[in-house]
Ligand binder design. Structure first.
Ligand SMILES: NC(=O)c1ccc[n+]([C@@H]2O[C@H](COP(=O)([O-])OP(=O)(O)OC[C@H]3O[C@@H](n4cnc5c(N)ncnc54)[C@H](OP(=O)(O)O)[C@@H]3O)[C@@H](O)[C@H]2O)c1
Length: 323
């Protein structure tokens, strides 16, 4: 089969090799899936450079945290799925390929009528935004939520989950067109941080109160400003520092404000049953209650161009590979 592999870590997309590799064999408790679509995530860029959960001795490796397609083979002892069934898988690696294997515990069935590209774009962003907001952030109806980087995959999911939870949602972005689209997705207010000061605008938007929950993923100055806009008893949930440093240990804050770090990988390791929350998202998307925004699809052979596009600033939502 054709797949994209990394043989050596490196800072650019040049380390991605599109090549012929053996088709994987599903072991006991595993499925082989013919991949119809795989989605890109920012963690793939960290994996590429050797900074995300893969050690040099694990190379060569096929990246790709999540994908959707059809079951083609069952490993020993698999009775929950059938050959021919359409599924979505959240494996952490292996998705940039024509075929990929997954453990039964990493797979959910697709509802009829759900497109493979949309399904592949859901697990990371939905599960991260859901558990970061609802469990870590304890977001409640009527509260003020600030979602940093609204146009990111996680941001678009978080805005919609925030509205579903009954929160008043403010988000940030760098351009007027992105801001217009974020309002269409349900954001009550959008701060263009290239034109307005986040702290002043955030205070103004909330009637000088500040935010009850802030979902932050940029780092550096944005992390600091996210603390400044917290209301008393507000919760800052940081899911990473894609573009700046975040403290290893979140700072202690005054007035019952808290700051914490959240990782969906660590969360699901500790609470594996949480993975079934994905079924809710799949149904919502099928029923038109939740939008998956796919900016562009690339053929698998053009994975380098797809990652280059992800690294830039021009995309809005998710990027998908089609084998
Ligand atoms: N902890 C977890 O479990 C977890 C899980 C998934 C993702 N994440 C993290 O969540 C973040 C978002 O991931 P994603 O895949 O959804 O992101 P993404 O789709 O690649 O979006 C990134 C967006 O960030 C915005 N941005 C803000 N400041 C920026 C800067 N200085 N340089 C470049 N872009 C900037 C840009 O939008 P504007 O131009 O509109 O600002 C950009 O499009 C990443 O930090 C990722 O590592 C964490």
């Amino acid at each position: 089969m054709k797949a994209v592999r990394i043989h050596n870590f490196g800072p650019t997309e040049d380390v991605l090799q599109f090549e012929e590799v053996p088709t994987p064999e599903p072991g006991p408790g595993e499925l082989l899936i013919k991949v119809e679509a795989a989605s890109l995530n920012r963690a793939d860029l960290g994996l590429r450079s050797g900074n995300y959960r893969v050690a040099p001795e694990d190379l060569p490796i096929i990246p790709g945290r999540e994908f959707a397609g059809r079951v083609t083979k069952l490993g020993d002892g698999v009775s929950d799925f059938q050959v021919g069934q359409r599924v979505v898988a959240y494996t952490g690696t292996g998705g940039y390929a024509e075929y990929a294997k997954a453990k039964v515990s990493e797979v959910r069935p697709l509802p009829d009528g759900l497109d493979a590209a949309a399904a592949a774009a859901i697990p990371t962003v939905f599960l991260t935004a859901w558990f970061a907001l609802m469990e870590e952030g304890k977001l409640k109806s009527g509260e003020w939520l600030l979602v940093q980087a609204g146009s990111s995959g996680v941001g678009i999911a978080a805005i919609q989950i925030g509205k579903h939870a009954g929160a008043k949602v403010v988000t940030t972005t760098s351009g007027d067109e992105k801001a217009r689209r974020l309002r269409q997705l349900g954001a009550d207010a959008v701060i263009n941080y290239t034109q307005a000061d986040l702290v002043a605008e955030g205070r103004r938007a909330t009637g000088n109160r500040g935010f009850d929950v802030v979902l932050e993923m940029i780092g550096g100055e944005v992390y600091q400003k996210s603390i400044e806009v917290l209301a008393p008893a507000g919760r800052l949930v940081s899911i990473g520092g894609a573009f700046g440093k975040i403290p290893d240990t979140p700072p202690a804050l005054t007035d019952e404000r808290t700051a914490s770090r959240f990782s969906i990988t660590n969360y699901l390791k500790a609470q594996p049953e949480g993975f079934k929350q994905l079924d809710v998202a799949l149904q919502w998307v099928r029923d038109g209650k939740f939008q998956v925004v796919i900016d562009r699809s690339f053929p698998l052979a053009e994975t380098r161009a797809a990652q280059r596009f992800l690294e830039g600033r021009d995309h809005f939502g998710k990027i998908v590979l089609i084998p």
